[in-house]
Design a binder for this molecule. Structure first.
Ligand SMILES: NC(=O)c1ccc[n+]([C@@H]2O[C@H](COP(=O)([O-])OP(=O)(O)OC[C@H]3O[C@@H](n4cnc5c(N)ncnc54)[C@H](OP(=O)(O)O)[C@@H]3O)[C@@H](O)[C@H]2O)c1
Length: 335
């Protein structure tokens, strides 16, 4: 029988994942049942959320079982179809597993048909023209209610989501301050047009640095990291400021020891709205978001940043780099 390749979890990571936590395995080619489709992975998405699925604790998906393929977003091509809505050749994006072929039904989580525009790399539809862009848009505008003229701070600003948030906030006329963990990342976001880039590792007082860049305070803090950064920024928020909580990657490698934020009282003092979100909770907004993202890429105001590796077997290595804070832009594996 024809075989497929999978990346399976062989050991639950402790701290930052290491290569020994994963293995390349083979399985029988799955066969689509009634109304199902067989998809060949073309772009694998490498996301911090996967770290949460590897621990044996509830996340918004059940934990990956030992010996099972790792869950992840995938962009692939339908190669066999028992569903006329998804004929052979259709490009689909969905939550799947790290398998170079997989079978899904129409109810697969986040399943969407992708229509790449000529001239755009397919992998950007897993990045700024896909889930990353939609996450940035939903978090910044639907949850964060950012408006022209307001001041936005974003953490992990050279990352996939952060670099997109900063650019689309600029495109809407906001002032944008990015927080990053290295001088190289600071250069990258300055080149993208951020008004200020703060390397938090190079300053003993991040609050003072942000205040220097935003003396009148912060209207929207787009939180990607949680922890000490969130604690430092809450007292800098303006009256009726908003904190869309996209993620807390600073906690993911050590989820048993969450950081206790001591400045939550500021939510009351400045009537701050702080709200977590998952992009696909807002299906009614995604068409508008996609149109705007397409427009910004077309007119050059949004430059998608991606670090791309080739080869299915590179998925663990790419994930380890991401969870070590070494990557810039969206981490992608092209198959
Ligand atoms: N809610 C949603 O629907 C949704 C969707 C996608 C992503 N997210 C969340 O958005 C956040 C960013 O995700 P992304 O895919 O755009 O990743 P990313 O920003 O491309 O990469 C991760 C970056 O996070 C920063 N970081 C801070 N503390 C870290 C730590 N302890 N370990 C490793 N990295 C650390 C690093 O940048 P610095 O060196 O600059 O600190 C690192 O380069 C994550 O919290 C993720 O869970 C949420």
């Amino acid at each position: 029988m024809e075989k497929i390749q999978q990346i399976i979890l062989v050991r639950r990571p402790e701290g930052v994942p290491v290569p020994e936590d994963f293995a390349l395995a083979q399985a029988d080619m799955p066969v689509p049942g009634e109304n199902e489709i067989l998809v060949r992975m073309r772009v694998g998405s490498v996301d911090p959320a996967i770290r949460g699925f590897l621990d044996d604790r509830p996340s918004y998906l059940p934990p990956v079982a030992l010996g099972a393929p790792v869950n992840g977003m995938s962009l692939g091509e339908v190669v066999e179809s028992n569903n006329s809505d998804y004929p052979v050749g259709t490009l689909v994006r969905t939550m799947a597993t790290w398998s170079d072929h997989y079978v899904i039904g129409a109810d697969a989580l986040g399943l969407e048909v992708v229509h790449p525009q000529p001239g755009n790399e397919l992998y950007h539809y897993m990045g700024a023209l896909g889930p990353v862009g939609l996450t940035a848009w939903v978090g910044l505008f639907a949850v964060g209610e950012a408006k022209p003229g307001e001041t936005v701070v974003v953490s992990a600003a050279a990352g996939a989501t952060g670099s997109t948030v900063g650019q689309i906030a600029k495109a809407k006329g906001c002032k944008v301050i990015g927080l990053v963990g290295s001088p190289e990342k600071a250069r990258v976001i300055s080149d993208l047009g951020f008004d200020a880039a703060i390397d938090y590792r190079a300053t003993p007082d991040i609050a003072a640095e942000i205040t220097r860049a935003a003396p009148d305070g912060v209207d929207v803090y787009f939180d990607n990291v949680g922890g000490e950064t969130l604690e430092a920024i809450l007292p800098l928020m303006r009256l009726h400021g908003r904190v869309p909580v996209c993620g807390m990657i600073g906690q993911y490698n050590d989820a048993d020891h969450p950081f206790g934020v001591k400045t939550l009282w500021q939510l009351v003092v400045n009537r701050i709205k702080m709200q977590g979100f998952i992009t696909y909770d807002y299906p009614e907004l995604l068409d508008q978001a996609q149109r705007e993202l397409d427009g910004w890429v077309a007119d050059g105001s949004l430059k998608p940043l991606a670090n791309v590796r080739d080869g299915f077997e590179k998925l663990p290595e790419a994930f380890i780099d991401l969870m070590s804070g070494r990557t810039i832009g969206k981490t992608i594996v092209r198959i």
